[in-house]
Design a protein around this ligand. Structure first.
Ligand code: KG4
Ligand code: ZN
Length: 337
């Protein structure tokens, strides 16, 4: 019997719905909320309002694009957390109502686990491209930077974490210093491609073990820019591409150095990246170079599955469905999971 999952993601500022059948994506729709750009970050109140108006059309469109009818859906998976509570409440309530109306199981999904599970989404003709176990994944998103070791689809262990800011936050906050709109990560990525990565040097933190720290980099970037603006008020405009390239190089070096350490310490050479920052071209290229040098089996998600999307919630829900890991209707979202 085929298994069809409707998935809903509403943890931050994107409303997304997807339909997954036996691990393959039939549809994956994302409604972005442009409203936050002008505020330099996500405004929680505005995010939940936008989810409220977007969720029904996005879900209906995902079902239509999948070419299925509502009756074909076996379960509904939703993001329980972590994320913005008001945003999560919209997706959770919708999922519950849908499950009750259709008399189908409800499946809670951890957003972070789902970012990693995005690498297990099947594609016709490329079924052998999914990671074998044990698998070491560097999860780099807007809110988290951590290493996860997977022994199987259900067993994930965190072996390293950021002690302060996440890599995505480093991109976004430094971008804000340069006057870039939120999220600055993708813009820095583009500008960096045309800049000189060796133009400026920023100090890298010395953090023991497999943990990360990015707040020092953000502060040294801010003080450096402030200092330069004193002598040249147009310093940012004159050097934007070089600043982006140098900053990006520093972030990537921090990530790569620790990944090499994590692979050595665990002895795992099936290595991957996941999360919003894994869309970064510089990071993807640096990982490829490192993989070649170190004989890693490298797994990089397709661009469409790097930032927040419901397909990753769907694939995680699919594996939970196989083990009948269903949730009760009393379930509530968790800002911290
Ligand atoms: O995984 P994600 O969509 O949301 C969270 O779960 O946090 O990640 C969003 C983060 C933001 O910080 C954004 O700036 C960053 O991913 N990001 C990028 C790129 N695309 C998204 N950072 C660097 N380069 C990119 N191309
Ligand atoms: Zn995310």
């Amino acid at each position: 019997m085929p298994i069809t999952i409707l998935a809903i993601e509403s943890s931050c500022d994107d409303t997304s719905a997807a339909v997954i059948k036996d691990g393959y994506v039939l549809s994956n729709l994302i409604a972005n909320q442009e409203v936050h750009r002008q505020y330099g970050g996500v405004v929680p109140e505005l995010a939940s309002r936008s989810h409220q108006s977007n969720i029904t059309p996005v879900v209906m469109m995902a079902i239509k694009q999948a070419g299925i009818s509502v009756e074909d859906i076996d379960a509904v998976a939703f993001t329980r957390g972590p994320g913005l509570l008001g945003s999560l409440l919209v997706g959770t309530s919708f999922a519950k109502g849908f499950a009750i109306a259709q008399k189908i199981p409800l499946i809670e999904v951890n957003h972070l686990q789902a970012h990693v599970m995005a690498l297990f989404i099947l594609e016709k003709g490329k079924e052998d491209m999914i990671p074998p176990f044990p698998f070491l994944c560097l999860l780099v998103s807007g809110g988290h930077t951590r290493f996860i070791v997977m022994k199987n689809h259900y067993d994930m262990e965190v072996i390293g974490n950021t002690i302060d800011d996440a890599a995505g936050e480093a991109f976004d906050k430094c971008g804000k210093v340069m006057g870039l709109p939120y999220p600055a990560g993708p813009i820095i990525d583009k500008l960096a491609a045309e800049g000189n990565p060796n133009a400026f040097k920023f100090a890298k933190p010395v953090i023991k073990g497999l943990d990360f720290s990015f707040s020092g980099l953000k502060t040294s970037f801010l003080y450096f820019i402030r200092g330069m603006l004193k002598t040249d008020p147009d310093f940012i405009e004159h050097n934007k591409k070089d600043l982006c390239a140098s900053l990006q190089k520093t972030i990537i070096e921090i990530l790569i150095d620790k990944t090499v350490k994590a692979s050595k310490e665990t002895g795992i050479n099936n290595v991957g990246i996941a999360g919003g920052v894994s869309a970064n071209l510089g990071l993807r290229n640096a990982m490829r170079e490192e993989a070649q040098k170190r004989d890693w089996n490298l797994f990089i998600p397709e661009f469409k599955y790097t930032t927040d999307n419901a397909a990753m919630i769907g694939i995680t829900g699919y594996y939970k469905y196989l083990r009948k890991e269903f949730s009760s209707h009393e379930i509530t979202p968790l800002a911290r999971y």
